[in-house]
Design a binder for this molecule. Structure first.
Ligand SMILES: Cc1ncc(COP(=O)(O)O)c(C=O)c1O
Length: 469
């Protein structure tokens, strides 16, 4: 890997072909497969995105139905759009203490599959972007009992000690190597288990959604990552776990900031089973600070870059390669910031000295930045009048938020972070939802799908029939 140009080759003699692997690339995929313990593993050079597109399109044919968790990554929506699937949504509950989505309840999935028996597959993310893990074994049991395929987007969980969703029995599992392991950006794996998935169809889709010239630098990088894990993985994972435990002990003394932990959750009836050690969620609730301000302080004063920040928390992404010094620096920084908040609270110093720069909460600091749908009963309530594809291909126009009530959305309207659609193409825009979008904009949140002029795209003329299947 030292000289990138020297290994930036192509499908020359002896160097195999990813789309028809039978030589060194096949051996490398088998090495990855042995490590993770699936029935078959494919290299992905287009991130988890490519694997998710291929997995969803393999599991459900054009015009068929699918059940997905509403907090799925946009690639799941895009696959459903490209395949013109009719989508049913599972709406995870909310963990109110932290303003994030809960895990997926196996029982609720069972109930929704009874209600929507034509669904061909179920897609969930575990861990979620915020690190929330679900009972994948329980979900797999329910899904398989109904004869469906379970796809688990484990993009953020490639480091889950090779056990996660594969061992739990999911049919298709997607891992981003590049997120938490030592591997180049865009590198990912797709694993298949059992015989519910048509592997020929999957291979065909993988050819379609990926480059016909997959980069040998990326593929060599993946193999180097897998070999590294084979040789040093156990030791490194033990170190990772140890550092995480030490970090949790140190930050247990925080008085104002709060690090999210499974063991500290006081709410009952939640579905999550664990909280991934790769995600450190730092709640700023009741501190007078926003997550964004915490991120600014960490960057400017401590040279620590957070993965994401909302009004009520900041999220740090920890990887297998973080050093003890890195973990220590984050813990120390949080303890110091916590002290400064405490001093400010006690009025021992002027607020400007305590948190230099422009750090006054923009909105009181305590507004939720995340809308978790309307439903508490596990199902998304927004009415979908058209499929994603029908809406995408229909004639649309831009109207102001005030003119949009009762119209059908032509676009995704996503609140960032975390990016869960407030509305998807084909869904009816209610006044309540539009008020919510306006509220988010007023609070200064980023809402994708709203133009700089404040307009959103709605359907003018419905394209009733896309094609005949
Ligand atoms: C939950 C989830 N799934 C899938 C993806 C796509 O992964 P990639 O960037 O490897 O394509 C992301 C990207 O951030 C993600 O957050």
């Amino acid at each position: 890997m030292a000289d990138f140009f020297s290994i930036d080759i192509t499908e020359i003699e002896g160097f195999d072909n990813l789309h028809h692997a039978e030589g060194i690339l096949q051996a490398a995929q088998e090495r990855a497969n042995r490590l993770y313990g699936a029935d078959e593993t494919f290299f992905l050079v287009n991130g988890s995105t490519g694997g998710i597109l291929a997995a969803v399109m393999t599991a459900a044919k054009p015009g068929e139905e699918i059940l997905i968790a509403r907090n799925c990554h946009r690639s799941v929506y895009h696959a459903a759009l490209m395949q013109d699937l009719k989508v049913h949504y599972y709406q995870p509950k909310r963990i109110r203490e932290y303003d994030i989505c809960d895990g997926v309840s196996a029982e609720e999935i069972g109930r929704l599959l009874d209600k929507y028996p034509e669904s061909k597959a179920v897609v969930v993310s575990s861990p979620t972007y915020e690190g929330i893990l679900s009972d994948v074994a329980g979900i797999a049991a329910v899904v398989h009992e109904c004869g469906k395929i379970l796809i688990v987007d484990e993009a953020h969980g490639a480091h889950l000690s090779y056990g996660g969703a594969i061992a739990a029995g999911a049919d298709l599992v997607i891992h981003s190597l590049h997120k938490t392991l030592p591997s180049l950006t865009q590198t990912a794996l797709l694993h298949v288990n059992g015989d519910r998935v048509d592997r020929d169809r999957l291979r065909s889709y993988l050819v379609m959604v990926q480059s016909s010239s997959p980069s040998y630098i990326l593929m060599a990088g993946m193999d180097a990552c897998i070999r590294y894990l084979e040789q040093e993985g156990q030791e490194r994972f033990a170190f990772f776990r140890e550092q995480w435990k030490v970090f949790l002990q140190k930050t247990a003394h925080l008085r104002n900031l709060r690090v999210g932990k499974m063991t500290d959750l006081s709410e009952s009836g939640l579905a999550l089973t664990d909280w991934d050690m790769g995600k450190i969620l730092i709640s700023v609730k009741d501190t007078g600070m926003t997550g964004k301000q915490l991120a600014d302080v960490l960057r400017e004063d401590y040279h620590i870059e957070l993965e994401m920040a909302t009004a009520t928390y900041g999220l740090a992404l920890m990887t297998l390669m973080d050093t003890a010094e890195g973990w220590q620096r984050l813990a120390d920084a949080l303890l110091q910031i916590d002290d400064r908040i405490e001093k400010e609270r006690r009025g021992s110093k002027a607020a400007e000295d305590v948190l230099p720069g422009e750090r006054k909460p923009a909105n009181g600091g305590q507004q939720d930045s995340q809308t978790n749908g309307k439903a508490e009963d596990g199902e998304w309530q927004q009415e979908a009048v058209l499929t994603l594809a029908q809406a995408f291909h229909s004639e649309s126009e831009e109207v102001s938020l005030h003119e949009a009530a009762g119209r059908i959305s032509a676009d995704f309207i996503n609140l960032y972070p975390p990016g869960i659609p407030l509305a998807a193409p084909g869904e009816k825009l209610t006044q309540e939802l539009l008020d919510e979008i306006e509220g988010c904009l007023k609070k200064g949140f980023t809402v994708h799908g709203v133009s700089s002029a404040g307009g959103i795209r709605v359907i003018v003329e419905i394209r009733e029939k896309m094609w005949h299947y």
